[in-house]
Design a protein around this ligand. Structure first.
Ligand code: SAM
Ligand code: SF4
Length: 343
């Protein structure tokens, strides 16, 4: 069995072992979040340009079986708008690295989870992160340009009922937009027993309104939450992007007993980064902010062997840079925005 084979480490020039693959399974989305997409959407890829489930499975298998990648996260665009998603989950859930089955997870806006969560769970999806940036219906409508707050809240409950654990909430905080709700969102996590992960706003919004002042940094978020619900930092995050903090009055083994903060801008975690990405059109990226992509889908469709594709992957990983330069004048925004890259 492939899972029994010893794998070869995929290591970048800075000694980081690649263990995590994010696959954007579609560039399309049913929301239009202001920090991500323009109101009219983007120019969608033609369906023929997007990887089929078989192509995703083929490339994912190389990462898992050859290189021991342990985790795959499905993202997008909005992964749940891709037809027959449970069929893809079933294919990927069967993949095994040398240590056992992969950790298969998904990031979603949650709007359709009431109907989809049980099927996804049954198909082998292990974890879900659901985006929720505000608890106010009007503001939700403004931020996502969709009046879907109730469906998302119901989707969160549906994910819990379907047995996903922990359910995590992703909340992007933008100054002047939803920074007044940081404590409310923390409270929501405590009450609903979900782990809220606050994300610093990144310069990957399609309409380019990001400026440094719109970022609410980790220290500021910690101070606001700590003033109401005392928290303390938990042991080092390793390769995980979130710094975690536990509530002093709660059990940190419970999802609602802690929060995470993803401080991409104010405290970059590039030194521990173990992740790589595949866009929905099969381009391989070694950083969210990378300006160069490596086209694996064309190679696959041209009939290249797994060894040839693996050589492309290794050549790409050899270019993984030490870290992004958001805080330096030399920073260049990638031409693709978050939904096109797969956040
Ligand atoms: N549509 C799904 C969702 O919204 O959860 C998955 C794709 S979305 C691009 C993945 C994550 O990126 C979401 O948690 C979203 O909030 C986050 N995101 C999008 N644009 C962002 C930005 N400019 N800065 C920080 N996070 C962003
Ligand atoms: Fe869609 Fe997710 Fe981007 Fe919002 S953040 S527009 S839900 S891809």
């Amino acid at each position: 069995m492939a899972g029994d084979r010893a794998h070869q480490d995929l290591i970048d020039p800075f000694g980081r072992h690649i263990k995590d693959l994010r696959i954007s399974i579609t560039d399309r989305c049913n929301f239009r979040c202001t920090y991500c997409m323009p109101e009219d959407g983007l120019e969608w890829l033609d369906r023929s340009q997007v990887m089929s489930f078989e192509e995703m499975e083929h490339l994912a298998r190389i990462f898992v079986e050859r290189y021991g990648v342990q985790g795959i996260r499905l993202t997008g665009g909005e992964p749940t708008v891709r037809a027959h998603l449970p069929a893809l989950v079933r294919k990927l859930a069967k993949l095994e690295h040398s240590g056992g089955p992969i950790d298969l997870s998904m990031t979603t806006n949650g709007a359709t989870l009431r109907s989809m969560a049980p099927r996804l769970r049954k198909a082998g999806l292990k974890r879900v992160n659901i985006s929720l940036d505000t608890l106010d219906r009007e503001k939700f409508h403004r931020m996502t340009r969709r009046d879907e707050l109730d469906n998302v809240l119901d989707g969160i409950a549906a994910a819990q009922e379907a047995g996903f654990r922990p359910v995590k909430i992703n909340a992007v905080i933008e100054r002047g937009v939803n920074d007044d709700e940081i404590v409310d969102l923390a409270e929501f996590g405590r009450e609903r027993n979900v782990e809220v992960r606050f994300i610093e706003f990144m310069p990957l919004d399609a309409d380019g309104h990001w400026v440094n002042d719109t970022v609410v940094g980790q220290d500021e978020m910690v101070e606001m939450i700590n003033a109401v619900y005392p928290i303390e930092v938990m042991p080092a995050r390793g390769a995980a992007p979130a710094d975690r903090f536990r509530y002093l009055d709660r059990d940190p083994s419970e999802p609602g007993g802690k929060i995470g903060i993803i401080p991409t801008v104010t405290k970059p975690f590039c030194g521990d980064c173990d992740r790589v990405r595949l866009t929905s059109d099969g381009d391989f990226r070694t950083c969210l902010f990378a300006t160069k992509e490596f086209d694996l889908l064309t190679a696959l469709r041209a009939g290249e062997t797994d060894d040839q594709i693996a050589a492309r992957i290794e050549a790409a990983v050899a270019t993984k840079w030490a870290g992004h330069k958001i805080n330096q004048v030399s920073f260049t925004r990638p031409t693709k925005s978050m939904s096109q890259i797969g956040g």
